[in-house]
Design a binder for this molecule. Structure first.
Ligand code: ADP
Length: 201
């Protein structure tokens, strides 16, 4: 379906009196989107889960958007073609922005393999609200873990477009935080990210 040009759609943004700032003040926090990127099995979901628990304990109002969960709901009509991957990330970024507008701290866990898409997400969310966290666990370690058995399938040619194997993963050039989980416990990893995050929250 072709979307009509903006001028033909009769849309006008209505500025509301309860602003993003007012909502953030009410929740007594700085709403940010903490955007984790990295290969499958790098540790994103595990870290986001632990990190959210920590923020929660300290009274922060948070929400998690996680790869497969979003693909089973909001984005269940999307596949893994280039076009669908772009749309997947765009929708996640728009939802994150809405949640930030509501005052909530959002943690996202998506491979998000393309620089262009992460740049687009940052643009949608706003550069002051976007914290890019690169979980840089190398592919050898991710493949050794093979949590979901996906590397085995991808090596057997059963998954096309698998990031790091049959589809590229473009490393962030200047992430705000980077951590390689190899040889670190989950606690050590989360301690490190949490200490680095403090300056943004
Ligand atoms: P992703 O979400 O990036 O695909 P997962 O979190 O699903 O990755 O899987 C990461 C796996 O690596 C889990 O089985 C987790 O227990 C393990 N792991 C080992 N060390 C760490 C660490 N320091 N941080 C996060 N995960 C780790």
């Amino acid at each position: 379906m072709e979307i009509a040009a903006k001028s033909e759609r009769n849309l006008t943004w209505h500025d509301m009196d309860i602003t993003r700032e007012v909502r953030a003040d009410r929740l007594e926090q700085q709403p940010k989107t903490i955007w984790l990127t990295g290969l499958s099995g790098a540790g994103k979901s595990t870290i986001v889960n632990e990190l959210e628990k920590r923020l929660f304990v300290y009274g922060k109002k948070t929400m998690v958007l996680d790869g497969d969960n979003v693909r089973m709901g909001l984005n269940k009509n999307l596949g893994f073609s280039e076009e669908d991957r772009v749309e997947n990330i765009r929708r996640i970024a728009e939802v994150s922005k809405l949640m930030n507008d509501a005052g909530i701290i959002v943690l996202t866990s998506f491979i998000s393999p393309f620089r262009k898409d992460r740049r687009n997400a940052k643009e949608i969310i706003g550069k002051d609200s976007f914290v890019e966290v690169y979980i840089s666990t190398p592919i050898e370690e991710c493949e050794r873990r093979d949590v979901k058995g996906l590397y085995k399938k991808a090596r057997a040619g059963k998954i096309s477009d698998f990031s790091g194997i049959s589809s590229p993963y473009e490393e962030p050039e200047s992430p705000d935080i980077e951590v390689d989980t190899t040889g670190r416990t989950i606690d050590e990893t989360v301690d490190y990210i949490y200490s680095e995050l403090k300056k943004y929250l």
